[in-house]
Ligand binder design. Sequence first.
Ligand code: NAD
Length: 344
Amino acid sequence: PKCEDFLITTSPSLSSGSHLVCSLVDRHPDWRIINLDNLDYCCSPRSLESVEDRANYTFIRGDVCNSRLVNHIFNTENIDVIFHLAAKTHVERSFETPSSFQRVNIDGTRVLLGAAHQARHQPQRFIYVSTDEVYGASLDQVFDESSPVRPSNPYSATKAAAEYLVQSYWDKYKFPIIITRSNNIYGPRQYTEKVIPRFLTLLQRNKKCTIQGTLPKSRHFLFVDDAINAFLLVLEKGIVGEIYNMGTSCEIPIMQLARELVTMVKKVPDSEVQDWLEFVPDRPHVDLRYPITCEKLQQLGWRAEVSWAEGIRQTVKWYQVHPDFWSDASEDQEQIQSQLEKAE
Ligand SMILES: NC(=O)c1ccc[n+]([C@@H]2O[C@H](COP(=O)([O-])OP(=O)(O)OC[C@H]3O[C@@H](n4cnc5c(N)ncnc54)[C@H](O)[C@@H]3O)[C@@H](O)[C@H]2O)c1
């Protein structure tokens, strides 16, 4: 599609959103990138420092569920493309506060879709960034895009529900949506509640990596640069109405992940790695693994280019160079909250 203005509902916090914003601002000075985010607890505006003064970048602080705000944006800007990433994403928290996941992930998507569909200037693409967790767990079956959706936690259930909403706008109106379902994305700047930054942060504070439960869990990990290239390829060549799995064959058992990180951060011999592991009770319900195949995306020309060894090396190095990034961010968060309270 020919693009002028983008709206990205996203995340200064995160692995994916801030990297997507920065890549688009850098690579496409002729596109205007508008970033809508409410600066949730997992955010650091510092993740977007490198682009904040750029002429083609605008940040709007706001809630994706606020229909007045979202309608106003669509009626005053000429938005061609929407990448919808804003979400509540932490599985454990989704069991504690499922309603907030429903509100942001389902209602937020409904508000955004409705506003985009009714917009004065018709968008050319609405890309919904979903997750491979919608498939639920599998011990042997490899999921493709036509596999049944069986989410097994409130987070993935709300992502699946939002997918159905997005899909219905294609079915009913031929509104040009595309859905992506990606593996666990990792890389620099990821908030510390996700497993890789959690282990790294614990080790940096001389604490042990906490391994939840005793079952053999593993995850497929996708480096953030490869994820960004996949998003941009889906924008350029993806077929509207379609779903694309995004992932790698790089499956890492969580125990191996912890051992590798201990070796890299603590530089101890194999015989001492165990001293940095601690076994804790498991989470309420956790998928052991959810393998996917990405042939459809590969047919568009995508390959993951960053090996696990290289991706994890870059990630560990970033956390070593920026050990206080997320503790400073929580101070920023306190300031943001108190400014908010004063404004209310
Ligand atoms: N990180 C992964 O491994 C992964 C894998 C597959 C899919 N995804 C999807 O990619 C997207 C980004 O994931 P992440 O892990 O980078 O997320 P994250 O939790 O790090 O960031 C979520 C972002 O959404 C914003 N947000 C939350 N509520 C909002 C609201 N009401 N209004 C506006 N903004 C709001 C937050 O401020 C934050 O910046 C999500 O939709 C997630 O489901 C992530």
